[in-house]
Write a protein that binds this ligand. Structure first.
Ligand SMILES: NC(=O)c1ccc[n+]([C@@H]2O[C@H](COP(=O)([O-])OP(=O)(O)OC[C@H]3O[C@@H](n4cnc5c(N)ncnc54)[C@H](OP(=O)(O)O)[C@@H]3O)[C@@H](O)[C@H]2O)c1
Length: 305
């Protein structure tokens, strides 16, 4: 018997007969596809982007915008049912509604352990968890000019650690039994080029993403022998709300990040995520570094006049 989550804020488990989609039958929002806990054989496996009824449940954190929303959409296109989580309930519900009946949403704050537990409640089997929630706050030097600035900066560092590092660990902890139960779990962590390189002003964010990358590698060692694949996707510049958040809603400053370049889109990253999780069960895509052509490193970007 598969057990998967009910609607939006309802955290009670909902049982579904084996072989069904896992959503409440007869509900207006029941998806048209069916899902199961096992990956089809390589011969039967459809190409990425091909709807397939057997892929199962994918959980995506930080799905109210950007890479998370695009990944949820792409995963549904590839045949998964999806459970979406983020803090902005209105945005999240709109994304889920736009994707259609294969998508469900629940509120989620990955910096809050109780919220992560409630988000995962009732999910006893799932194939994919995309740990995407996170982001950057500010672009300030490690040594701040004043004591007040240093205090504010420490608060931002704490949030970046909570969201990008501890948030990943909490999410994995909450879903690991369900991933193992599926027989072929896949954990995707969206780190960044900032998880492997540094740049001036990025100390808090690059430290957090380096730590997230270390957590990924540690999980790969600790889960060796379990039916779980650990996948890191490390993008360069992606045109999302990332910079708007980083610069406290300053749209002009955020837009300047992408001026004169052609950054990646959220859909580009979503395609990489979907490709990685749809390889045959014996193939573990360890890490994908995805750059725009206009970017050579975390700090080298080609800009046209
Ligand atoms: N854009 C880039 O250039 C880039 C490059 C490399 C890596 N990344 C990484 O990619 C991931 C997605 O970012 P994005 O570019 O798509 O930016 P985005 O559009 O700002 O999306 C960030 C998502 O994370 C969610 N989120 C933030 N804090 C959260 C929390 N505490 N709990 C739950 N959800 C939370 C946000 O939703 P709510 O605000 O509704 O909670 C939103 O859905 C992040 O981890 C980011 O660090 C981005």
């Amino acid at each position: 018997m598969a057990v998967v989550p009910a609607d939006a804020s309802d955290t009670a488990p909902v049982s579904a007969p084996a072989g069904s989609s896992g959503f409440p039958s007869g509900s207006a929002a029941s998806p048209a596809t069916e899902s199961s806990a096992t990956e089809p054989s390589a011969a039967a496996r459809p190409a990425v982007g091909t709807a397939d009824a057997r892929r199962g449940l994918a959980v995506v954190t930080g799905a109210s915008s950007g890479i998370g929303a695009a990944s949820a959409r792409a995963l549904v296109d590839a045949g998964f049912d999806v459970l979406l989580g983020a803090r902005r309930a209105d945005r999240l519900a709109a994304v889920a509604a736009d994707i259609g009946p294969a998508a469900r949403s629940r509120p989620l704050d990955v910096t809050d352990a109780a919220s992560v537990q409630a988000f995962a409640a009732g999910v006893t089997s799932c194939e994919v968890v995309v740990c995407n929630a996170g982001g950057a706050l500010g672009l300030a030097p490690v040594v701040a000019a004043t004591a007040a600035a240093a205090e504010a900066e420490e608060e931002r560092w704490r949030w970046m650690w909570e969201a990008n590092v501890a948030g990943v660990a909490r999410t994995v902890r909450a879903f690991l039994p369900a991933l193992v139960a599926s027989g072929d779990g896949r954990i995707v962590v969206i780190t960044s080029v900032a998880g492997h390189q540094v740049y001036p002003g990025g100390g808090g964010y690059t430290a957090a993403k380096h730590a997230a990358a270390a957590v990924v590698q540690t999980l790969r060692l600790e889960l060796l022998g379990q039916p779980v694949r650990i996948i890191e996707v490390a993008p360069g510049m992606v045109d999302t709300e990332f910079s708007l958040v980083r610069f406290d809603g300053d749209a002009e400053r955020a837009a300047a990040v992408y001026t004169g370049t052609v950054p990646l889109t959220a859909a580009d990253v979503a395609e990489a995520v979907t490709w990685a999780v749809t390889r045959p069960p014996h193939v573990a895509v360890a890490r994908i570094d995805l750059f725009p052509r206009d970017q050579a490193s975390a700090r080298d970007v080609h800009r046209r006049p």
